[in-house]
Structure formats: structure tokens, C-alpha cells
Design a protein around this ligand. Structure first.
Ligand code: ZN
Length: 257
């Protein structure tokens, strides 16, 4: 979208293109991965998805909800920058409103940051309510987390051992494999920690106990990550997104929906 003129964008929308909005975060990902992982992966999935369906990819929304200890290591790491929940919801409503005002009525948020989910839900809910009140009944927003669109058996097949929990996969095998596949020159496996699977208490405390989090910033061991696994996960996530968008934005008169 950023590379299109407004006329070219308007033509794509008029022809029925879906607008994909990747949303991520700027958040530490251990010593071996870049700060931008969450929005970079969401954007990569969006761009690859747009090769299979008629879609325009909006520039990614790079800031997300605040990193939490048990899913992202927390805000105490330099370079981790989070938004208050209402700021994220409110900014996403502004973006959705602007896209819809420009004629887009097929919208999809592709989320790459664990902590964003309910604030994106809030944004979609407020936006749909506003569109209805202003007579724009035709706008539909799909909201999906790219990292839930694949069969976790892929991980177990490649990695073996105990099943991996995606909540703990922050900077672990999952994200490291994807980064090795997509942005290998930004990954420093020599700096990757030998991090034992981090067991957290079953509750949160405010202010948080920063010392619950390993100093490395990783919550599990990324050393079993490979580019081949990353490619398989990535392709599966893209196929998953394509299936969702094809089902939800089927042309009218095509049966379901
Ligand atoms: Zn991440």
C-alpha cells in the first residue's frame, strides 16, 4: 500500500482487494533476535499471503501492548517499548476508520504479538460499532494471530521432546526458526542462550518481579531452531491465513458467508 499512489490503491480496493494490516511490537527477543521480530514476522506473513489472494498490505503497526513477564519478558529490557492498552485500541480504530473511509470494506488484522489480542479485539469492536452507527454496514474485519494458523505437530515432529507452549515460545524455537528462514542475517545464534524452559508462577504481581525473567530475555532454549523448520512453519501460517481470508471474503453469491 505504501508503494501505491492513491489512485492505484483506490482501484485495487474497488476491484475487491482485502487490506491486510500487520500489527506487532517493539520488544526484546533474547540476545540473538532483533527487537522488531513481532511486527516483522506479521508483515512477512501478510506479504506472502498477498501473493495468493487479492490483497493490499498496509504498512505494519509496529508498536503493541506492553510486554508481559510471562509471555515476553517484560518492559525492563532496553528497546522494549509498549503502548497503554487504550492507546493501542484507539490508534487501531483510527487506522481502521481511515482505511474504511477510503473505501476498504474487507479488512484483516494479522497480529504477531501475544499481548495485543484483547486490545485489537476492542479496536475491532469499537470500529464495527462506529461503522454501523454511521450506516457503513458492509465493513468486515478479520482478526487473526499468524502464529495460531499452523498445526503445532510440525514443532513436535521437528523438535521432539515435550510439546512446546507458544506462550513460552518467546524468542524460542518457533520465532528463532522463522527468523532464520526469513531474516537469517539478523539472527546471531552464537549469542543464543542455553536457556532452560522457564517455569513461571501461575499469577502476576504488580509492580512485577523482574527477577522472575531470565537475564537473557529468552523463556526457552532456541538452539533447536532451524531455517528448515522456519520455512515449514511459515508456509503453514501463510496457507492458514489464505484459507481464512478466502472463506471470509468469498465473493457474494458464492454460497457461504
Ligand atoms: Zn515475539
Amino acid at each position: 500500500m505504501a508503494h501505491l499512489s492513491w489512485r492505484a490503491h483506490a482501484d485495487r480496493i474497488a476491484d475487491g482487494a482485502v487490506v491486510l494490516l500487520p500489527v506487532g511490537a517493539l520488544e526484546q527477543h533474547g540476545r540473538h533476535l532483533p527487537l522488531g521480530v513481532d511486527y516483522m514476522l506479521a508483515e512477512a506473513v501478510a506479504l506472502a499471503t498477498a501473493e495468493h489472494i487479492d490483497a493490499v498490505v498496509a504498512p505494519p503497526f509496529v508498536y503493541g501492548y506492553k510486554s508481559q513477564l510471562r509471555t515476553g519478558g517484560g518492559p525492563q529490557f532496553p528497546g522494549t517499548v509498549g503502548l497503554d492498552g487504550h492507546s493501542l485500541s484507539s490508534a487501531i480504530v483510527d487506522v481502521l476508520r481511515g482505511l474504511a473511509r477510503g473505501g476498504a470494506n474487507k479488512l484483516a488484522i494479522i497480529d504477531g504479538h501475544y499481548e495485543n489480542q484483547m486490545f485489537l479485539t476492542e479496536a475491532c469492536d469499537l470500529a464495527i460499532r462506529e461503522f454501523r452507527q454511521s450506516g457503513r454496514e458492509g465493513v468486515k474485519i478479520v482478526q487473526a494471530r499468524y502464529f495460531e494458523q499452523f498445526d503445532e505437530a510440525i514443532l513436535e515432529r521437528h523438535v521432539g521432546g515435550p510439546p512446546l507452549d507458544l506462550a513460552y515460545e518467546h524468542a524460542g524455537v518457533f520465532e528463532t526458526s522463522l527468523c532464520l528462514h526469513l531474516f537469517g542475517d539478523l539472527v546471531d545464534m552464537d549469542a543464543a542462550p542455553e536457556q532452560a524452559f522457564k517455569e513461571f508462577p501461575s499469577y502476576d504481581c504488580h509492580p512485577p518481579h523482574d527477577d522472575w525473567v531470565p537475564a537473557t530475555g529468552a523463556l526457552s532454549n532456541p538452539h533447536r531452531a532451524t531455517a528448515a523448520l522456519g520455512r515449514e512453519i511459515f508456509d503453514a501460517c501463510v496457507q492458514g491465513m489464505v484459507r481464512i481470508l478466502e472463506a471470509e471474503f468469498r465473493p457474494e453469491g458464492d454460497g457461504s458467508n
